[in-house]
Ligand binder design. Sequence first.
Ligand code: ADP
Length: 265
Amino acid sequence: LLQKPQESRLIKQMRSIRKKIMVMSGKGGVGKSTVAANLAARLADRGYKVGLLDADIHGPSIPKMFGIEDQRPGVDENGIVPIQVTENLKVMSIALLIEDKDSPIIWRGPAKMGAIKQFLQEVSWGKLDYLFIDLPPGTGDEPLSIAQLIEKLDGAVVVTTPQDVALLSVRKSLTFASMLKVPVIGIVENMSGMKCPHCNEKIDIYGTGGVERAAADFNVPVLGELPIDPALAEIEDQGRVHLEGNADLEWFREFSRITDAVENF
Ligand code: ADP
C-alpha cells in the first residue's frame, strides 16, 4: 500500500519522542490543561526535554499559562517550530497560528480535523523525552481522531473533579483509553476540597470517595488529590507556570507526587 508522504512524516516526527502521554478529561473546566502544563513544566525542571501540544482548540488556555499568547511560531525547513519557553520546554498550540485570538473557533468538523491533522504533521519537535498532549475534553470524535493520529501513545492521565457529573465522564474516559489500548497512568483528582484560610481545616466542597471508587473499579491508581488554590489560578493567569514550580503551595507539593508517577511510568 502506498502511504501518503505527509503521514509517514508524522510517524517520523513521533519516532524521535521517547514518551507520548495524553491528558484527558470527561468534561471541560476540571483542570486538564493545568495538569498537562504543570506535568510538562515540572519534568522540564527535572532536566528532561519536554514538549507540550495544546490540541484542545475550544479552550486553548495553554499559551496564556506560559505568557506566550502573543508569540507566533516560526517556520523552518523541518516545519513549524514550537515556542521555546525554557531551555527544556517547547510549547505548541493551534491558537498560536490563529491571527485573531478573540474570535471563537467555529470551523465545522471536517475542516477542523483537517487543520488539526495538518498541524500535528507540521510541528517539528526534534528529540524529546516527553510529549504531553492536552486533548479536547470528552470522548467524542475530536479527541478520538487526535489520539488515533498520534500513533502508539505511551500513557494517559485522566483529570477529574470529585463532582458526580465529572465522575460519570471519568469512567467514559477510562473506557476510551482502554479502547485505544493506551495504558492509563492514573487519575488526578483536581479541585479536591479547599483549606479554610482561617483554621486550615480541609473543606470537601464536592464530597469525597467517588474518584477512589472509579479508580478501583478500573484498577488504576489515583495519582494525587490537588486542592483548590486561588494562588495557582493566579500563577496561571499571569502566565508563570514555567517559573513557579517551587512556589510554596500545598498544590505544588501534592503535584510533585503526580510528576514522580509520570516520570517513573
Ligand atoms: P480544563 O483544561 O479542564 O478546561 P483548566 O486547566 O483550563 O481546565 O482550568 C480551568 C480554570 O480553573 C483555570 O482558570 C485554572 O487556573 C483554574 N484551576 C484549575 N485547577 C485549579 C485549582 N486546583 N485551584 C484553583 N484554580 C484552578
